[in-house]
Design a protein around this ligand. Structure first.
Ligand code: ZN
Ligand code: FE
Length: 241
């Protein structure tokens, strides 16, 4: 039975993600930086929480972790490489490990670039990719610690997943990312169409996420960069945009 993913808007433009294994009813929350907002979302979803997943150590992803753990008494899973700067981990994982949510299993992927210890979680059953600040819709995370080569490699690991995969990222940056994508690729009709859809979603107060991986492969300039040098140039241009 597939995993279902729902964005929980928190802070100014972050998303925590509420994941439900529809077979067992098991529930996880991803990056619960705002404990009160996440606890409210969990209560509305039935008041069950089995697991907390963390993508990376930044405060806008982990700040509410201990309060949510205390409220529901559930384990916290995060990167072994960053255990020293994450909230206390009940389970420290690395690339290749599996994490169970009810009957569903997530594969842990090392996805350095935004930070060196950043990890992502992929649930094949349901096609849910939890990618934090690595891949955004029409964008990617800033290189705060890692190299362009690391981020390029992380994005290309995602590119191997099925195109229908749901991209569940950590921020609602899509509208601003669309403006940059159109600035570098102004004649792309499909991109213009997507940008118009994004604008309509935001004006209606709806999240633009999750996005489909296939759409990102076709339209996200960072996913389309042919090599590390082109990717690095694009990332530098976005930083100045
Ligand atoms: Zn971050
Ligand atoms: Fe962030």
């Amino acid at each position: 039975m597939p995993v279902q993913a729902r964005p929980v808007p928190i802070l100014s433009d972050n998303y925590a993600w509420l994941l439900t294994d529809s077979g067992t009813g098991a529930v996880a929350i991803v990056d619960p930086a705002d404990a009160a907002a996440c606890i409210t979302a969990i209560e509305h979803a039935g008041g069950r929480l089995d697991l907390i997943l963390l993508t990376h150590h930044h405060a806008d992803h982990v700040a509410g972790t201990d309060a949510v753990r205390e409220r529901f008494g559930c384990p916290v899973v995060g990167a072994a490489a960053d255990a020293h700067r994450l909230p206390a981990l009940d389970r420290a994982v690395r690339s290749g490990d599996e994490v169970a949510l009810g009957a569903a299993k997530a594969q842990v992927l090392d996805t350095p670039g935004h930070t060196v210890g950043h990890i992502s979680f992929y649930f094949p059953d349901g096609g849910v990719l939890i990618c934090g600040d690595t891949l955004f819709s029409l964008g990617c995370g800033r290189l705060l610690e890692g190299t362009a080569a690391q981020m390029f490699g992380s994005l290309h690991a995602f590119a191997a997943l099925p195109p229908e995969t749901l991209v569940c990222c950590g921020h609602e940056y899509t509208a601003a990312n669309a403006r940059f994508a159109l600035a570098v690729d102004p004649d792309n009709a499909a991109l213009r169409q997507r940008a118009a859809e994004i604008k309509a979603e935001r004006e209606a107060g709806r999240p633009t996420l999750p996005a489909r991986l296939g759409s990102e492969l076709a339209l996200n300039p960072f996913m389309r960069a042919p090599d590390v040098a082109a990717f690095a140039d694009l990332r530098a241009r976005k930083d100045r945009f």
